[in-house]
Design a protein around this ligand. Structure first.
Ligand code: GTP
Ligand code: MG
Length: 302
């Protein structure tokens, strides 16, 4: 299956939501007037793009309609698509992990961190990269076992300590092992934490510091995992996590079970954080590299 098809498939609910809400509005207008803009803005808000971003998009469409003297309402769909593409692609370099790289995976409880790490390890192993995963969620024994199951499924080594041990020490050991083996990519799981729990956020700071200090030669990525089903709440989480950890990108999970994927656009527009991967199911292959142009195209494709 080509990337475009795969992207369309995982996005079907979001696509329906955005494309249908916009389409329904456009259907009832032949020419362009202020009512049309108002209804379109409402449609985008309903499709989980958030108030700020929906306003920004319509503002830009309004300006183009005026400047280019566009009269036909049917052309507005294309203008929206172009604006969304420009938001998503602005100052975003393509995502590529150099060798070596260290990837910290963080986020609130149950967002899909551990599952995404299994999928990520599988994704990069598929490109012939040597991957090590580190079980720095030491909060409970089950977390280490769960990651161990993924490591075994994918066939990559896992570095783990005992339950309740210092997560930063696990990351430290993961780095030593990655260096010793000359591994391409080290991926570290971390415990789920609420962004308003101070001590847990301090712990996260310490983990990030160890990663930076001990592996300065590695490309360092901090990926925040957000559950798409939480809609605009995810935006708030991203804001607060970003204040503690220097987030470099987002993994947006559970897109297969929600129509709220529009938050991809507001996360980029309001926080300038790029979505790097999207989760579209619970299986090993259900992770897609996020391609902004494809996404924008898939949103409005028939
Ligand atoms: N449908 C769907 N389910 C997902 C996806 N990603 C993760 N899940 C499910 O979400 C649940 C939680 O996933 P985990 O990977 O354990 O989440 P976590 O963030 O590691 O959770 P904690 O370690 O408890 O904080 C599991 O049932 C996963 O199968 C996805 O892309 N689609
Ligand atoms: Mg986990």
């Amino acid at each position: 299956m080509d990337i475009f098809k795969k992207m369309k498939e995982g996005l079907s609910l979001t696509r329906q939501n955005i494309s249908e809400s916009v389409g329904n509005v456009l259907k009832s207008f032949a020419s362009i007037d202020e009512n049309l803009f108002e209804e379109l803005e409402e449609a985008l808000i309903t499709a989980d793009l958030g108030v700020t971003t929906s306003c920004d998009i319509i503002e830009s469409v309004r300006a183009r309609v005026k400047k280019e003297r566009i009269k036909d309402a049917a052309l507005v769909r294309g203008l929206i698509e172009e604006k969304i593409t420009s938001i998503l692609t602005q100052d975003t370099a393509e995502f590529a992990l150099k060798s070596p790289s260290i990837v910290l995976v963080i986020g609130v409880n149950g967002a899909g961190k551990t599952t995404s790490i299994g999928k990520l390890a599988n994704y990069y192993k598929g490109f012939g990269k040597s991957v090590i995963i580190a079980a720095a969620d030491t909060f409970r024994a089950a977390a280490i076992d769960q990651l161990g199951v993924w490591a075994a499924r994918v066939g990559v080594p896992m570095i783990a300590h005992k339950e309740n041990s210092d997560p930063a020490a696990v990351v430290f050991d993961g780095i030593s092992s990655a260096k010793a083996k000359g591994a391409d990519i080290l991926i570290c799981d971390t415990a789920g934490r609420l962004h308003n729990k101070k001590n847990l956020m301090e712990e996260l700071k310490k983990i990030c510091k160890v990663a930076q200090r001990e592996f300065p030669e590695a490309q360092s990525e901090v990926l925040l995992v957000l559950d798409a089903t939480t809609g605009q709440n995810a935006l708030q989480q991203a804001k607060l996590f970003h204040e503690t950890a220097n987030i470099t990108g987002i993994i947006l999970t559970k897109l297969d079970s929600t129509a709220k994927g529009g938050i991809i656009i507001s996360i980029k527009n309001e926080l300038n954080l790029p979505v790097r991967f999207v989760g579209v199911g619970e299986g090993l292959d259900d992770l897609r590299l996020f391609e902004p142009e494809e996404f924008a195209r898939a949103l409005f494709a028939d």
